[in-house]
Design a binder for this molecule. Structure first.
Ligand SMILES: [Zn+2]
Length: 284
């Protein structure tokens, strides 16, 4: 039997019924939103409710992750969007700590305008680094999730994470959330022979060891390189099942949880969690 730490599997769940949902799908890890994912509003923090969540997660042996709002774009040329993005991520990090979450996932964003890329890196350095510096050692990680490479994405491919790490001076609180659908859409062919290994090796090469802290396990409705962010259920898309078995075999994935962000709810996610557990068992 392998002595490697188990890569937990689970799903993004509705915060209002997170624990019932997690139990129904037999999740070992969950991801939630702590505010409207399509808005800027930051709900008032109720420490008692957050503390209760934290205790329940511990009792149920669930590792929690927070997904920050989709509107966040640290590379935006619009001052208001940039400032709201910084406030929103600071809030998400605070709430994540409050509910005992291990990290906050945020999309790597876009410069929007091809002429704004340099300025985007500068403002990421100037705005985000002080937030990271202010975090205590016990704080959750900020997990950068590369997008599908569309438009003026700051991370068109995983190689571009090097710029992010340079802008954030490889801050120890920065980690990576690798979304399989996004990576595939961006042109990393996970279905080619050795494709998963090549992609993960590249990631480790670019950002270093132990930076990969979470995986979003999603199939893709579109072909490799399509630059489209359309998630499919595992096995129902262009990636297929085998690459997910390969993921569990890579050393960089040891102990790294997998979160489903696929269509459907308890029924679909229950089957997919079971499938991931089966694939995980194969290599052990
Ligand atoms: Zn994702």
């Amino acid at each position: 039997m392998s002595t490697e730490p188990l890569a937990r599997v689970g799903a993004h769940v509705p915060a209002s019924r997170a624990f019932a949902y997690a139990e129904q799908i037999q999740a070992e890890t969950i991801q939630i939103f702590v505010s409207n994912p399509r808005g800027w509003a930051a709900p008032v923090v109720d420490r008692a409710i957050d503390e209760k969540f934290k205790e329940q997660a511990l009792t149920n042996d669930l590792v929690t992750w927070v997904h920050a709002p989709y509107l966040i774009n640290f590379g935006s040329p619009t001052t208001q969007t940039y400032e709201k993005s910084l406030a929103s991520i600071a809030y998400a990090l605070e709430r994540a700590e409050s509910i005992g979450a291990r990290g906050v996932v945020v999309h790597t964003g876009s410069a929007v305008d091809s002429g704004y890329v340099e300025s985007a890196w500068t403002q990421i350095h100037e705005g985000l680094l002080p937030i990271l510096d202010s975090l205590p050692d016990s704080a959750p990680y900020l997990l950068l999730e590369p997008t599908a490479g569309q438009g003026q994405s700051l991370c068109k491919r995983l190689d571009d994470l090097a710029y992010y790490f340079a802008a954030l001076e490889s801050h120890p609180k920065v980690g990576i959330c690798l979304d399989t659908c996004h990576a595939f859409a961006a042109g990393h062919d996970l279905t080619a022979p050795g494709g998963v290994k090549e992609t993960l090796d590249l990631l480790v090469d670019v950002v270093g060891k132990d930076r990969l802290r979470l995986i979003h396990a999603n199939d893709s409705k579109d072909v490799c390189g399509a630059l489209k962010d359309r998630h499919a259920n595992l096995g129902a898309g262009e990636i297929g099942i085998e690459p997910f078995a390969d993921l569990f075999r890579h050393a960089a994935v040891a102990g790294v949880p997998l979160i489903l962000e696929t269509p459907g709810s308890e029924t679909e996610h229950g089957s997919e969690v079971a499938l991931l557990k089966e694939l995980r068992g194969r290599g052990r």
